[in-house]
Design a protein around this ligand. Structure first.
Ligand code: ADP
Ligand code: MG
Length: 339
């Protein structure tokens, strides 16, 4: 097996509980593992409700925050032990697209500034003409033309144009991975479809992988190859997207998916909040063991003793639940939760 392009090993981030131990401790992400190979490029979905740790994961991968434990390897090297050259390569090859692209723009500059900066910082072009051609190509990939957008100020563009410009800027850098944190949650349905389509094309035609972060399972169902579903910072279930969404095994994921009222692809499901109880309160009430215990219809005493590991429940399909601990029940146990 070749070295993965990106490997996340036991990645953990804990907030608070510092020297004075006054601040409450939040385990924002716990023991997250992932291996992403350079080829074939994949869209890897990280799904979860608000507060489940998705942005924490994105910020760790982008190097904005340091892990409390675990590590991030890129092309086999820990990102904290990279030399200047490797770090620069990482910063170029791993790009970000965020939910609200307005914040990324400086309101006082015309939007072409973000492209000029990228080209200058990474020495991408030898001449003005070459730079111009590169920018034009990147804009074309997202369905824009330079003359429509480059001389405008950020506020003169629509939200959709700004979002597509960010994808174009990322594309300009010839990344291998784009970390997209809720890239379509602020845009309308037609634009959402367009952006998801651009992601698929970047994957298929340019071999760019995505860490696609979303709270919306319907878009994951449309485009994702592989999904990791987070519940309060831990992975409840992971596997091939279609399999996980069509045959969920973890009680939480079953609840999440059964809470979707109509199987209409235009109806968004997997909303930010399906939980009616105080989530944060529950979070601190479960010190060890399964975080879903307080709400689980299948809970057992052992669920409180230790956090369940991921058990294999099928081909490339794992669930962190003791219901699947015994080999014999692994393949044929089907849970039925009432909607
Ligand atoms: P998501 O993106 O899935 O909504 P986040 O990764 O933003 O979730 O947050 C995960 C948890 O970590 C939440 O409980 C959040 O309140 C907490 N958290 C995030 N950032 C910080 C921070 N800088 N300091 C303290 N707690 C934080
Ligand atoms: Mg977030």
């Amino acid at each position: 097996m070749t070295t993965p392009l990106l490997e996340l090993q036991h990645l953990t981030k804990v907030y608070g509980g510092g020297f004075l131990k006054r601040a409450p401790v939040t385990v924002a992400l716990q023991d997250f593992n992932l291996a992403l190979h350079e080829k074939p490029a994949k869209i890897v979905t990280i799904a979860g409700e608000s507060g489940s740790g998705k942005t924490t994961l994105a910020n760790l991968v982008l190097g904005f925050i340091e892990p409390t434990a675990g590590r991030i390897l890129y092309r086999g090297t820990d990102i904290r032990q990279m030399d200047r050259h490797q770090r620069r390569q990482y910063r170029r090859e791993v790009q970000a697209v965020f939910q609200d692209p307005y914040e990324v723009y400086n309101p006082f500059y015309r939007v072409k500034h973000i492209f000029d900066m990228a080209i200058r910082n990474f020495n991408l072009a030898r001449s003005k003409d070459e730079a111009r051609a590169m920018v034009e190509e990147a804009l074309n990939v997202v369905g824009l033309r330079g003359e429509e957008v480059l001389d405008k100020y950020p506020h003169q563009l629509s939200g959709g144009q700004r979002q597509r410009m960010m994808v174009a800027r990322a594309f300009l850098l010839k990344p291998r991975i784009i970390v997209a944190d809720e890239p379509v949650s602020m845009v309308d349905a037609s634009l959402r479809a367009m952006i998801l389509d651009i992601m698929i094309r970047l994957r298929d035609e340019h071999n760019i992988s995505f860490l696609y972060i979303t709270h919306d399972l319907s878009t994951a169902y449309q485009i994702g190859d592989e999904i990791h579903i987070l519940y309060q910072g831990t992975v409840a279930e992971r596997g091939d997207t279609i399999t996980v969404i069509e045959q969920p095994k973890h009680p939480y994921v079953q609840l999440l998916i059964n809470s979707i009222p109509v199987p209409d692809p235009d109806v968004r499901w997997g909303g930010e909040h399906i939980l009616t109880v105080d989530d944060e309160e529950l979070r601190s009430s479960v010190q060890s063991g399964c975080r879903f215990y307080p709400r689980c219809p299948y809970r057992e005493d052992r669920c409180l003793q230790a956090r369940p590991p991921l058990y294999r429940v099928g081909d490339n399909h794992e669930a962190a639940c003791y219901l699947y601990a015994e080999q014999s029940v692994q393949t044929n146990k089907t849970l039925v939760t009432k909607a």
